[in-house]
Design a protein around this ligand. Sequence first.
Ligand SMILES: Cc1ncc(COP(=O)(O)O)c(C=O)c1O
Length: 370
Amino acid sequence: MKIILPPFRLERYFAKHEFSAPYLLCSSDCESMALQDLLAFEPGAQEQFLGLRLGYTETPGNPALRQAIATLYEHVAADQVLVHAGAEEAIFNFMNVALQSCDHVVVHSPFYQSLGEVARSLGAQVTEWRGDPARAWELDLGVLEKSLTARTKVVVVNFPHNPTGFLPSPKFVSELSALSEHHGFVILSDEVYRGLELDPADRLPAMADVNPRAVSLGVMSKTYGLAGLRIGWTATRDRRLHRQLATFKDYTTLCNSAPSEFLATLALHHADAIAGRNLAIIRDNLDRLDAFFGSHKDRFGWYRPKAGSIAFPALLKGAVNTFCAGLIAETGVLLLPGTLYGKGYRAFRVGYGRRNLPDALARFEEYMTR
Ligand SMILES: Cc1ncc(COP(=O)(O)O)c(C=O)c1O
């Protein structure tokens, strides 16, 4: 059977604008850095990088990298980590390994399209578990319970959430884990924005630490701003699932890029410093966004997320597609219309992990006061 995947709306939108729009105000990844700046984190790193051999690499991932990734977890060991080409490959492979066409999947919504679309393309039935926009996109576990069926195989969650920034409480996470134990579904927990909590006390335990069958998804792209490395991973204590993922990966990327693995390892040895730099940018940008949206309360519904690098404010008047198209045409400022996440979202994604947000916001402000 041929898998038919519809266009990835958000990625097609970025393909059109990302490298031509002068002011990206909807990027989900944090500020990146030059190769030389990353290498400067450790004496001797540049020489080691230049001496790197470019043969095949170990298929599960470089052992030093898997070790560095394992330090992000409490109970996950290096051999329970599988390195992939970004989180995107991990999502695709997980769905292919975990699902059959008769299965049912529940997805935290709105969702980054691949989190639901790959399951749908495999013939699984997908039910959306919607956050409540009136309560800063909070999820209700009672709603999840009602949508579970005997065929529910996987529940997909994404905390901190793309696009809303929603972050639940640790109690919510343990209750979700208990539901998984009771009903037997596997939790795919997309944690690619983990580490970007404004208050470190709000950081949730990784789902793979809490639940022995859950899969936690991580990546270098967002918190660390190193999307160009294309290094992501799965972490799970379920040995069978881990083995199945490793076996499937032999048919996708097989093994990872040696330079990227070296650089990701180096970055993770300095994870706190890099995430700390990005959090400082985020804090400053959020203060500016508070002020901007505070002076346009009649046009936008704003809330300040507790974590992540993106938010999903409401547009109170007019159509969101027209609004975003007018803004880019007249000012070069790119927002992401909520309709790319599905019909009926009268909101837009704003990204605040980049250094040039003040410039973009100044142009946005000028447009609003015209
Ligand atoms: C929630 C979520 N999961 C996965 C991904 C994919 O990450 P990557 O492009 O680094 O593979 C993204 C990227 O935007 C995302 O927002």
